[in-house]
Ligand binder design. Structure first.
Ligand code: NAP
Length: 248
């Protein structure tokens, strides 16, 4: 396991679920953690407290990632507080499920704005600092749904497929600057996002997983942390599935 001492990580949507697990995994490896959240301030504070208990510095930062100006301000605030931003994890995400013919345009827009544009805005804002530092690790959360599609999730699938293109293009652009850009594509992970699904849907999803069980947020966090390590310097533009074999 690499030593992340001296590194600062910004994790969007770090208040709950996979984002919280990522904050804790990076903290465990020694990184200072900037915990971004949208509305759940108490949960974000809890994440930051748990990071501090692991012996690192941690701070919470409210920002709606679908707002370009808010992302710029977020990146600046994190850099002011910690002096640098070495790791960006684009984790903030939402679902607004519905069938193609009946789904609302505003739901499609909201999902794209948060999941795809949010990652784009944060990458744009943070990569400026990374270029000057001559070092950076960017990891964004895609999904098996972005690679394989899923009925009832056209907007979500489009946003997560978009993350793959965004990742590959940015990887090529930033490769010469010692900045790697990768994505992690989880399958079915037990968090608030999937807890609301009907039991029938959960059982149907589980049946498509060769390992026969959902994953935990920590499974995803370890993959993200691996890609964020200093030593993962020759891996860029990749999509790593963490899905119990679902997308194979
Ligand atoms: P979750 O439990 O619903 O948590 C979502 C997180 O995103 C929360 O911290 C939330 O902040 C934050 N967020 C939402 N909208 C935001 C915005 N506009 N600005 C800033 N933060 C915002 O979700 P999760 O299951 O942990 O998912 C995390 C990521 O993994 C998402 O990108 C998701 O698409 C992806 N993923 C999840 C699964 C799965 O099975 N769970 C599978 C594949 C991919 P607040 O707490 O403040 O609302």
């Amino acid at each position: 396991m690499s030593d992340m001492k001296g590194m600062t990580a910004l994790v969007t949507g770090g208040s709950r679920g996979i984002g919280r697990a990522i904050c804790l995994e990076l903290a465990r490896r020694g990184a200072s953690v900037a915990v971004n959240y949208a509305g759940s301030e108490a949960a974000a504070r809890e994440t930051a407290d748990q990071c501090r208990a692991l012996g690192v510095e941690a701070e919470i930062f409210q920002a709606d990632v679908s707002d370009a100006a808010a992302c710029e301000a977020l990146a600046r605030a994190v850099r002011e507080r910690f002096g640098r931003v070495d790791i960006l994890v684009n984790n903030a995400g939402i679902t607004r499920d519905g069938l193609l013919m009946t789904a609302k345009e505003e739901d499609f827009d909201r999902v794209i704005a948060t999941n795809l544009k949010g990652a784009y805005f944060c990458m744009k804002a943070v990569s400026r600092f990374m270029v000057r530092q001559k070092f950076g690790r960017i990891v964004s959360l895609s999904s098996v749904v972005g690679l394989r599609g899923n009925a009832g999730q056209t907007g979500y699938a489009a946003s997560k497929a978009g993350i793959v293109g965004l990742t590959k293009a940015a990887a090529k652009e930033l490769a010469g600057k010692n900045i790697t850009v990768n994505a992690v594509a989880p399958g079915y992970i037990e968090t608030d996002m999937t807890a609301v699904l009907p039991e029938k849907t959960k059982a149907a999803m589980t049946a498509t997983i060769p390992m026969g069980r959902p994953g935990a947020a920590e499974d995803v966090a370890r993959a993200v942390a691996f890609l964020a390590e200093r030593e993962s310097a020759y891996i860029t533009g990749q999509v790593l599935c963490v899905d119990g074999g679902m997308a194979v």
